[in-house]
Design a protein around this ligand. Sequence first.
Ligand code: ADP
Ligand code: MG
Length: 215
Amino acid sequence: MQFIPALLPRLIQAINDVIEANADEVTALDQAIGDGDHVTNLQRGLKALTAQSDELAGLDWVAAWQKIGMTLMTAVGGASGSLYGTLFVAMSKAARDKALNLPAVAEIFSSGVEAVKLRGKADAGEKTMLDVLIPVAAYLRQAATDAVALPEVLDNVARTAIAGMESTKDMVATKGRASFLEERSRGHIDAGAKTSQLMICALVEVLVAQLTAPT
Ligand code: ADP
Ligand code: MG
């Protein structure tokens, strides 16, 4: 499988498309327990990344993730901008001198998620994007230990992301704007968990297509 930054334009396009297709639903979620700007925040970042697509495709992963992180931090705004920015900058740091095989990807992504936890002073169960990111990181580490085959890994990553997103519905928010609502935040899926899941599933779809493409 072609597991190189040349895939980045396609990955960015796929994420753009999925956020666009679900914009109204996600905005409604963020309006219910947040301030309703989550989609426009992400779209600002995605527009900036789309403009850099060709340049990103020419970099190695370490440089590409660093650049993506910096772009997200400056372009997105909102809590999600600094959190996603942190994710990519930390992944870039962790990726130095590593080949991109499953154990390395699991370690790199986990380092990114740990940095997001520190940045947001948050953990699992607080009704945020971390309720998607943490289980996906844990699954990747488990899959690497068990040497699970890549098609199965991708399938399970998507399932894990969906389960994580759904788990936020019954949680009470203790971080971010939704935490102001306390008990009233229960009963709504968290917008950031929803977009994390959508983005992860879009990435998986591109990678599955790449994996099954005739060479
Ligand atoms: P803002 O809340 O500043 O308007 P966004 O609307 O772009 O920013 O993003 C909101 C999302 O960010 C939430 O739905 C939640 O998933 C995530 N989030 C907010 N605060 C935190 C935090 N401290 N840790 C992790 N994720 C957070
Ligand atoms: Mg918001």
